[in-house]
Design a protein around this ligand. Sequence first.
Ligand code: DGL
Length: 269
Amino acid sequence: MKPVADQPVGIFDSGIGGLTVANSIRQILPNESLIYFGDTAHLPYGDKSEAAIQAYSVKIADVLLKKGCKVIVIACNSASSAAYELLKEYVRYIKIINVIDPMVEWVSEHYENKRIGLIGTKRTVSSGVYSRKFIEANKGIVLQSLATPLLAPMIEEGFFDNQISHEIIAQYLSDPELQNIEALILACTHYPLIKKEISQYYNDRLPILDSSSIVAEALKSYLTDNNLLKTTGPSRHHFLVSDYTDSFEASTQIFFREAVHLERYPLWN
Ligand code: DGL
């Protein structure tokens, strides 16, 4: 069946980090209703195998399709690198938007022939997907990537803007791989929460590129071009998680900038 504008936008992540993307979508597209799925039972994705992330992503896509979503946004770099191609094949009749392509397109347009740094999970960095896509874009961009696996759990635990986070961030950013760069891509949807700290490390002199608003704009273009944009009426958001703890619910406020109620929705019964 052809999707229509009134249907909700589906968004998923390994947990609640993708709420940074959901928040940008809500700001840019205030009339859209969102169904967010956080796979908190399998967090973190960054350390999982490609096959495991693919299996989780297919299950989540089934949930979002059952809930009648008109488009699915993979608000997670690890899942975008491991499962986007598979989901595109699996969900043929609605569009899947990942967080990687809009960023690669934006950077290719603005940083031709530059050296760009990138930090992300082990899964994202070891997949080499950003390097491959920059080579395909053929804009002479040299990518210098570093896996920074401590950052997502650190943020989930509420450790940011303190001495511990400053030291971990400084340790990673001083790595030889990230020297002489002209911008830094935050290739994990948790990292917008430490964007200010990262920028301070560089004395606010290096552009720090965060995908949340770039992805929200890509979604807007897709919905507009396909007559799927909802421009009137109230929005209703639902937040589903595969495992529930009070601390997840408490943390949503940090990521979404507003308290939300999480509904437990196990992927396997
Ligand atoms: N938010 C996920 C991403 O963008 C990372 C968190 C995780 O490891 O689950 O890759």
